[in-house]
Design a protein around this ligand. Structure first.
Ligand SMILES: [Fe+2]
Length: 240
């Protein structure tokens, strides 16, 4: 990533910086795309990923509540993102339910998901997001949300072709993953709009950038932990 203290000239250059962050091409993504996981590995991945996705939406609800009352544009864009996560008004289309349908296809029961004890990297990442979203000021939080939604687009570009290698899945069973290919792009655009309308000075943008950079770095640690847990190896030792 470019120098940690650099001030982006505008939100577009911050987005480009986030898109160039190593988390977008991390070893877990590359391995997931290039080889099939054993059934037990796939179930372990989905359990921990589900734990994150399930709790993340609640943190997003918290951010919306903590956003200052006068920041109407930021609240509007966050509300759109939250509404989308919660199925745009349709309980059947709530994203976590879509992931749970995939979990059941690979043999995970609801009870298995409820009993997940997350790996430390998942817990740490959620704690980082809670601190940034709820306790760090709305501009830092906004940057964190921008980073979450901008970098989220990448994982699906690896997960979808990765899962298409498994002959056993019907296309409809991958809906959680295929839907997010376009969905995360939309979320990212909404957050860009929120930054544009909320960060009104260079200092504001600096605070947004600080939250964004910390989040992207923390997200990379999340995936490094996932790699270690699933592949029982260090991502730094992976051979491309
Ligand atoms: Fe989602």
């Amino acid at each position: 990533m470019s120098p940690v203290q650099a001030i982006p000239s505008d939100v577009e250059s911050l987005v480009l910086e986030l898109q160039a962050h190593p988390v977008n091409t991390n070893e877990f993504f590359k391995t997931f795309k290039s080889k099939k996981l054993r059934p037990q590995q796939l179930r372990a991945f989905v359990q921990h990923y589900h734990y994150f996705c399930f709790h993340f939406v609640k943190v997003l609800e918290g951010l919306l509540y903590h956003t200052p009352i006068h920041e109407v544009e930021m609240r509007t864009e966050l509300a759109k993102t939250l509404y989308s996560e919660l199925g745009s008004g349709s309980p059947d289309r709530v994203h976590i339910r879509q992931l749970e349908r995939f979990a059941s296809v690979i043999g995970l029961l609801q009870q298995d998901l409820e009993c997940t004890v997350p790996i430390p990297e998942v817990t740490t990442y959620l704690a980082t997001l809670r601190r940034l979203y709820l306790d760090s000021g709305h501009l830092t939080a906004l940057g964190a949300a921008l980073a979450v939604e901008t970098t989220a687009a990448s994982e699906f570009e690896y997960f979808v072709p990765g899962l298409e290698q498994y002959e056993q899945f019907q296309p409809g069973e991958l809906e959680f993953f295929t839907l997010h290919l376009a969905e995360e792009q939309r979320h990212g655009n909404w957050l860009v709009e929120a930054v544009r309308k909320t960060a009104r000075s260079e200092d504001d943008l600096q605070q947004v950038a600080a939250g964004a950079r910390e989040t992207a770095d923390a997200w990379l640690e999340f995936w490094a932990g996932m790699y270690r847990m699933i592949f029982d190896a260090n991502p730094a030792d992976a051979v491309d």
